[in-house]
Design a protein around this ligand. Sequence first.
Ligand code: TTP
Ligand code: MG
Length: 393
Amino acid sequence: MVGEGRMQRWIIHVDMDAFFAAVEQRDNPALVGKPVIVGGLGQRGVVSTASYEARRFGVHSAMPMTEARRLCPQGTYLAGNHQTYQQVSRQLQSILADYSPLIETLSLDEAFLDVSGMEWLFPDVVEIARQIKTRIAAELRLTASAGVAPNKFLAKLASDLQKPDGLVVIRPGEEAALLRRLPIERLWGVGSVTAQRLRQLGAATIGQLAELDPQLLEQHCGKGAYDFQRLARGWDDRPVVPGQPQKSIGREITYEQDLVEPQAIGAQLLYLAEKVGRRLRRHDCGGRTVTLKVRFASFRTVTRSKTLPEPTNLDDVLYEIAVHMYNKLAINEGIRLLGISVSQLATGSGQVSLFADQQEKKHSLYQVVDKLRDKFGDGIVTKGRLLHKEKLE
Ligand code: TTP
Ligand code: MG
């Protein structure tokens, strides 16, 4: 709704189509029109993405690669070229930057642009989305889908409605009719658990959710339900926050064979902690929240997080916390994947603490270690613990 003297907000959401797979098809014309699957090629790999041709066979992101191969044996399976994807992503960002100073990058292939007020330059903001798509096609030789709407939620929803190569506009006043029939899973933030709960309350569609008794909703879904109901009505005033999506730094590994021995698991946690610590230090940042991810043989996946009073980027600290969280898990099966990530990032490694001196020393030690590793490879400095120390219960 346009208030008196208030400018109409216009947000564009741009999302590349089948991004990794589309880049592979572009760079190898023999793959055009064929099912292409990019992801981990080891026995335990998962699908990163699939071309639209492969999706027809039921292949989708995050599916175990073995299942993808079963569904689509004629597909071309690739490990992908992540440096190329990064480069294309930078090119995409430089195109977007020509249309608004307010850009929030969500991932390599996805961004919001706030183009409010640009009507002065373009007869219709939809023209901006059209131009962006045209330039992506001409300069990157790829397709993107775009959504144009008065807020982020609707813009993201719109970009997804006519994928691939879509352009959907939701003008103020059109949202209710559009949202009414969509399933609640389409709401931002509603996962399968929440969806199930909402269905039990009688809200299977976004329209039904919008009309649900707020008290009943809060009783069953907590205060967060209030936000869902706002979204269900098409209301969303979250701003486009310019900047990069580097919200966490982490590393995870899927193992060819399930890990069972505590010693092996401990060694892997230390390896991951060292990798993550090093990446944090390379970016000259630290993070306050440490997250451990464990996927079991049955594919059941759990995550545990701990938030520290101040940011860290020290391997030992990451390792200790990961082990601590690991030891608290009830484990009765083999482990398929381990991951450590750090979020709530802060730049600059200046860490003030009671142990400032000790931290300071560790920092300079790590700097030397990182330099040696850069020069001679990871094998050069391996702490004794990786090989011997047994810390897991
Ligand atoms: P998405 O935009 O979610 O997917 P997509 O671009 O491949 O397909 P769509 O046309 O539906 O937008 O993700 C962008 C890229 O991020 C994707 O090409 C590969 C990568 N990715 C993963 O590595 N793992 C995942 O689970 C997902 C969803 C994406
Ligand atoms: Mg995409």
